[in-house]
Design a protein around this ligand. Structure first.
Ligand SMILES: NC(=O)c1ccc[n+]([C@@H]2O[C@H](COP(=O)([O-])OP(=O)(O)OC[C@H]3O[C@@H](n4cnc5c(N)ncnc54)[C@H](OP(=O)(O)O)[C@@H]3O)[C@@H](O)[C@H]2O)c1
Length: 248
């Protein structure tokens, strides 16, 4: 068990990739804080599946006070914090499909506040605890458009690109005690698939050499590696997990 005795906060872990990561970390021996903003029932279910080594904490990652409470409750319950996975992300078809001239302030800040500012706030709050402990792992979540662009999802792309810069800055700032890395995800089968029509899905699949969408569990296994001591000599990296869709 690679994460035995470790304590992990996984933001947005009620469903999707966050949930799979919470379950994988628990399987690897970690105690897990399941965080949600809106999906209370799903969060309770995830925590129930893990059992006594899990608690549920409601916190909006874009709000400083919520984030500080999230970390405080974690330490109060489990006594430490070893791993932070910044998984929470804004997802809406409106943001993804918006035309250039329809991007107003609300849309602009939607993904920037949750994905980018949320990652910053959580990393800063977690680092205070991890630096005192002398060790820690931060795993961020980015996306292929941050590397290659996309005709759509401009605000999302900007937020996810910001996360890559933040990853490198924090990796240097927190070294050598804390390792900070980013996973760059390709097409992973979660709720967003519902926005696509059959033609789009076929196009996406045909661009993936491994001929399938990623599973949340595929991402969870990479997150577990980056959260474990097996990755102790890796920091500031962007690690692509996309079935070979992009090959750099
Ligand atoms: N699926 C893909 O193909 C793909 C590709 C690239 C990157 N990603 C990234 O992977 C991450 C997980 O996405 P997913 O596919 O699993 O989608 P998802 O099921 O929609 O998960 C998004 C999670 O973020 C949480 N969240 C949203 N706003 C939040 C806030 N203000 N505070 C705390 N939590 C918040 C949601 O929780 P509530 O419901 O409780 O609000 C939800 O659990 C996201 O960062 C996404 O951008 C996904």
């Amino acid at each position: 068990m690679r994460l035995k005795g470790k304590v992990a906060v996984i933001t947005g872990s009620a469903k999707g990739i966050g949930r799979a990561t919470a379950l994988e970390f628990a399987k690897e021996g970690a105690s897990v804080v399941v965080n949600y903003a809106k999906s209370e029932t799903a969060a309770e279910e995830t925590a129930k599946e893990i059992g006594s080594r899990s608690i549920v904490v409601k916190a909006d990652v874009s709000k400083k006070e919520d984030v500080e409470t999230l970390m405080k409750v974690t330490v109060k319950k489990f006594g430490r914090l070893d791993i932070l996975v910044n998984n929470a992300g804004h997802s809406s078809d409106k943001a993804w499909l918006a035309e250039l001239n329809d991007i107003d302030d609300a849309l602009w800040y939607s993904a920037l506040d949750i994905d980018l500012k949320g990652t910053f706030l959580c990393s800063r709050a977690a680092s205070k605890i991890m630096l005192k402990q002398g060790s820690g792992k931060i795993v961020n979540v980015s996306s292929i458009p941050a590397l290659v662009g996309d005709e759509r999802g401009l605000v999302y792309t900007v937020a996810k690109a910001g996360i890559l810069g933040l990853t490198k800055a924090l990796a240097r700032m927190f070294a050598p005690k804390i390792q900070v890395n980013a996973m760059v995800l390709g097409s992973i089968k979660t709720g967003w698939i519902d926005w696509l029509d059959k033609k789009e899905l076929t196009e996406i699949m045909s661009a993936i050499p491994l001929k399938r969408l990623g599973k949340p569990e595929d991402v969870a296994k990479l997150a577990a590696f980056l959260a474990s001591n097996d990755s102790d000599f890796i920091t500031g990296q962007t690690i692509i997990i996309d079935g070979g869709e992009t090959m750099f």
